[in-house]
Design a protein around this ligand. Structure first.
Ligand code: FPP
Length: 228
């Protein structure tokens, strides 16, 4: 049994933007704008805490089914974030990686995403942004990659090494905000031994204090990895 000493990787399902906006009589897109601000603050705080890998679920393979106006608004927020990241991530020692197939974002945006990955690679903190990401799609993509490499049979290590997350350790802790208690196709392979924390706070209100509360809960647990 392992006492929990430090977190290397924390992942967030940032849920509740729409409800946060509705509670204020605002359009859902205002919730996503506030959510993007909370996201920047939390990444910064995780850096202050020395957590070396942070992963966020920003847009799933299923989120394309939302009304076009909402998808367009999220893409605009994402594009604005790219501009911010291009300026700030170098200064903050953050290496940005995108999890998911970039092609649906269009050539120009996909090229910006790849350029950001390249210019920030080697920085100390890793920020994985899951966009157009699905846990099942990630596993299928990994297996197809292995098949095209000529593999006839695969091991667990082969799949782990072919995922979009191959460069990161498995998440120690996955936090979902917004009261729902499900995984929603996030990091399906990676979460085998992750701890989970479900917060009732809506993502735009999720702050350092609420993260501290989740961490206190996490540090009170023991991890057994299937042993005794
Ligand atoms: C879930 O809340 C949130 C999303 C599907 C989008 C998340 C996007 C952001 C936080 C902003 C952009 C991200 C980056 C990386 C800049 P919901 O809309 O499902 O909320 P609800 O359950 O209350 O309806």
């Amino acid at each position: 049994m392992e006492n929990i000493s430090s977190i290397r990787h924390i992942a967030f399902i940032m849920d509740g933007n729409g409800r946060w906006a509705a509670a204020r009589g605002l359009p859902r897109t205002a919730g996503h704008t506030a959510g993007a601000k909370a996201f920047r603050n939390i990444v910064e705080y995780c850096g202050d805490l020395g957590i070396s890998t942070v992963t966020v679920y920003a847009f799933s393979t299923e989120n394309w089914r939302r009304p076009q106006s909402e998808v367009t608004a999220i893409m605009k927020i994402f594009s604005e974030y790219l501009g911010y990241a291009e300026k700030e991530c170098g200064k903050k020692n953050i290496a940005v990686r995108f999890l998911g197939d970039k092609s649906p974002f269009g050539e120009k945006t996909a090229a910006r995403m790849t350029a950001l990955e390249e210019t920030t690679s080697g920085n100390f903190f890793t920020l994985n942004i899951a966009v157009n990401y699905g846990g099942r799609a990630d596993i299928v993509h990994a297996v197809n990659k292995l098949i095209s490499d000529g593999k006839k049979t695969v091991t667990e290590d082969d799949i782990t090494g072919a995922l979009y997350t191959a460069h990161s350790p498995s998440p120690d802790l996955i936090i979902r905000t917004g009261s729902e208690k499900r995984i929603s196709n996030f990091l399906l392979w990676d979460c085998a031994y992750s701890e989970f924390c479900f917060s009732d706070v809506l993502w735009p209100d999720f702050d350092a204090k609420e993260l501290d509360r989740c961490l206190e809960d996490y540090y009170g647990r023991k991890r057994r990895y299937g042993g005794l």
